[in-house]
Design a protein around this ligand. Structure first.
Ligand SMILES: C[S@@+](CC[C@H](N)C(=O)[O-])C[C@H]1O[C@@H](n2cnc3c(N)ncnc32)[C@H](O)[C@@H]1O
Length: 234
């Protein structure tokens, strides 16, 4: 199977739209609910007073909802390329009685339709790995933030080669594509593994965040380095 690796915007949108119906199920199953814990842990770093928050690549909205659980006053704009993902996010917002606190926008994270200094915080989970131009995406996050605004990014960074031989590494390398093939879309879950292998290590991403102007950048590996949380302050 030839994994999609050119990170072209239209192809990425098509791929995520195809897996949208089973996206939450596979997330919970393959991470053993760690994805829920990672988002919950990440939002602890947001000021509770944050009022305007943008979730870039919101998917089915889970990061946006975690923000609302932490910041009572917040309004969240969830942005995504995939209309199918946003439809599910919208439905979940209604079911969770959060629909008045969120709005959904089909747009590109590399070209946000938001004015400079719009947001108190930007959150973005498992998206930057898919950006066609990472620097452009990080620059957009920086642009739409107010001074002192916070960006929270969760991502699967490229691990050290030895990590792939740990039990978790073997699980990701072999079990994840197999489960994807059986339960969802094989191409998307091959892509997941291939895109992690070919993405940047955490140090390089932190360096890029500094290069686009973030003045304080820290990062923390979570769950034995499966994922990494970046915290960057404008
Ligand atoms: C792996 S999902 C993550 C969804 C959600 N953030 C979460 O925590 O589950 C990646 C999402 O990012 C979206 N995406 C990828 N590239 C994007 C871009 N350039 N602009 C906006 N959304 C993008 C995809 O359509 C997909 O819904």
């Amino acid at each position: 199977m030839e994994p999609l690796l050119h990170r072209n915007r239209e192809a990425i949108a098509r791929m995520f739209s195809a897996i949208a119906p089973k996206y939450d199920l596979l997330n919970r199953l393959l991470s053993g609910f760690s994805d829920v814990r990672w988002r919950k842990f990440a939002v602890e770093w947001l000021p509770v007073s944050a009022r305007t928050v943008v979730d870039i690549g919101t998917g089915t909205g889970d990061f946006a909802f975690a923000v609302l659980d932490r910041c009572n006053e917040a309004k969240v704009i969830g942005i995504d390329l995939s209309a199918q993902m946003l439809k599910l996010a919208q439905r979940k917002a209604v079911n969770q009685s959060k629909k008045d606190s969120c709005s959904w926008l089909i747009a590109d994270g590399l070209n946000l339709p938001l004015r400079d200094g719009f947001a108190d915080a930007v959150v973005c989970a498992f998206v930057i790995r898919n950006f066609e131009d990472l620097t452009k995406g990080l620059r957009e996050m920086h642009r739409v933030l107010k001074p002192d605004g916070v960006a929270l990014i969760l991502e699967f960074c490229q691990p050290k080669p030895s990590w792939w031989w740990t039990p978790i590494g073997l699980f990701v390398r072999y079990f994840v594509p197999m489960a994807g093939r059986l339960l969802s879309d094989p191409v998307a879950y091959f892509y997941l593994v291939a895109s992690i292998k070919t993405f940047l290590p955490a140090e390089s991403i932190a360096e890029k965040l500094r290069a686009v102007g973030f003045r304080k950048v820290t990062w923390t590996p979570l769950t034995f380095g499966v994922t990494t949380l970046f915290l960057a302050v404008k």
